[in-house]
Design a protein around this ligand. Structure first.
Ligand code: BYC
Length: 472
């Protein structure tokens, strides 16, 4: 059973850390390094305190509390969802066996790799977003940025706990490395591509939290199925926090589109740049960029890694228990995206090797929901323009389409055609400079920048004009 959260400890936790002095000491010696990293690579805008949600328990009700907190004093803790004592492996060759309380030797390297990759993304996103506070469009948005940042910090703690508790010296070394690699660094970059891209403006931030955090949701959803029970329970709790990050992205883009639509209608023009809003074609280009780099995060369309992870019980499928099959897939086939005779097409492969594609498709279906929502805002404003997701082959650096160029409609292009067209499809320097020119801080209570609509609701029942952040 899960113990209740212990908040009297240096590291709040519900894993009875005080019963394992060695582990406790190891984590307590990592803690100052984490805080050093937070001070140097975390949010750069000085604040007194921020109205933050802090995880205090894992139960269904009341798992978090809200209050003004000085960010370096945020109680980053270790929380695993409650143990299900009867839980059994749900898929792969160990299906039906009891789940694992320890890491089996034969899967140690693979589990370590999955946990390190997951752990690497969390601090990376904080680094990417560190300077956004200086240009926040409102105190409400500033608070949401910091909420996302502290929770990504907590997700790093979640992975570091697993590394320290289950992987010995190697795990402790990997935990150190998580603080040494940095987003965009030439010498020691973050592991996955999208986490070395810049997040230089708030449109990028909303797109990132919509598209890239959503990859997080799907990857965590597959790790939640893991036979390694501590990983499963950790990810289950992380998903709870992740819902807020999705909300920030979804409603952030909503509000940008809403404001643009408003300015278009009021002035009867598409040319809203002169009027301080973000033109729909620029929003589309940002969407194209963030969606395509996020598709790359799912790995190759066919992958023996993913087949091995599934067979071993390390990483399942999205909604594994709702799938109507044998949960082993050894005799199944599926169609995956592929180049067929050099053309964009599909190929039949063993279902096990196609599982990255399976997850990517689940993700893409979810992303379509956002686009429909934004298009409804346009339709409700009486506008004919529509946003859309680009084709899977567009702007890909990983997977079957990495070696070709394609338009957002999925038309295969020569290198020359791509060079000529890409400025219509991806943000150009001019677009980025324009968006950045709008990024002026609005740090006054109840005020908002002109390029974005205010939110419909505040946080935790507070109004929009609440004092969400006290600046230093
Ligand atoms: N960039 O066999 P393949 C989140 C490498 S986001 C660079 O097709 P596999 C968050 C790959 O490592 C979720 N390299 O890949 C969001 C492999 O290298 P090795 C993060 C890449 O293993 C916002 C080689 O290419 N969590 O939480 O089937 C804010 C062959 O690849 C990339 C996870 O990803 C890339 N994009 O799938 C904060 C879950 N893609 O082994 C947080 C853990 C592939 O040949 N990770 N490579 O050296 C995994 O499940 C898998 O490792 C991947 C790749 C899905 C990433």
């Amino acid at each position: 059973m899960t113990t209740t959260a212990d908040y009297s400890e240096k590291i709040p936790n519900n894993v009875s850390l005080h019963e394992d002095r060695r582990l406790q000491r190891a984590l307590e010696s990592w803690q100052p390094n984490f805080l050093d990293w937070w001070r140097t690579m975390g949010p750069s805008l000085p604040t007194q305190d921020v109205y933050l949600r802090t995880a205090v328990n894992v139960g269904r009700e009341g798992w978090a509390q809200f209050g003004h907190v000085a960010m370096p004093d945020y109680r980053w803790g270790i929380f695993l969802a409650e143990r299900d004592p009867g839980r059994r492996v749900g898929f792969g060759e160990h299906k039906g066996e009891p789940v694992w309380d320890k890491v089996p030797g034969e899967y140690r390297a693979d589990l370590l790799r999955l946990i390190v990759i997951q752990g690497d993304t969390e601090p990376a996103s904080v680094e990417q977003q560190r300077n956004l506070g200086a240009t926040a469009p409102s105190l409400y948005d500033l608070r949401n940025l910091f909420q996302v940042n502290v929770e990504e910090g907590r997700h790093l703690w979640a992975m570091v706990y697993l590394l320290h508790a289950y992987f010995g010296r190697e795990g402790r070394e990997e935990a150190e490395e998580l603080l040494h690699r940095n987003s965009g660094s030439a010498d020691a970059p973050r592991i996955l591509g999208a986490f070395n891209e810049e997040t230089p403006d708030w449109l990028s931030f909303y797109m990132f939290t919509y598209f890239t955090d959503r990859d997080g949701k799907y990857q965590l959803g597959t790790l939640k199925e893991s036979a390694f029970d501590a990983l499963s329970r950790t990810c289950e709790f992380m998903l709870k926090e992740e819902a807020h990050h999705m909300m920030v992205g979804t409603t952030g883009v909503d509000r940008v589109v809403e404001r643009t639509a408003q300015v278009m209608v009021e002035n009867d023009t598409d040319d809203v740049a002169a009027l301080g809003a973000i033109p729909l074609p620029v929003i589309q280009k940002y969407l194209n960029f963030h969606y395509s780099v996020s598709l790359d995060l799912f790995g190759g369309d066919t992958s023996t890694n993913v087949a091995n992870y599934y067979t071993a019980g390390l990483k399942g499928r999205w909604s594994e228990d709702r799938r109507q099959d044998d949960h082993k897939l050894t005799d199944d086939a599926m169609m995956v995206d592929a180049l067929v005779d050099g053309e964009i097409g599909e190929l039949e492969v063993a279902a096990l090797t196609g599982l990255n594609t399976d997850l990517r498709r689940q993700y893409a279906g979810d992303c379509r929901g956002g686009v429909n929502r934004w298009n409804k805002i346009l339709a409700d404003a009486g506008l004919a323009h529509r946003l859309k997701l680009p084709h899977t082959a567009f702007n890909r650096k990983v997977g079957a389409f990495a070696g070709i160029e394609a338009s957002p409609d999925g038309e295969q292009l020569t290198a020359d055609e791509w060079e000529r067209g890409k400025g219509q499809w991806l943000p150009t320097d001019v677009d980025k400079t324009y968006v950045r020119s709008l990024m002026r801080p609005v740090h006054e209570r109840g005020k908002i920048a002109a390029w974005i609509a205010p939110p419909r609701n505040g946080i935790n029942g507070q109004p929009f004009d609440y004092d969400y952040v006290h600046l230093a």
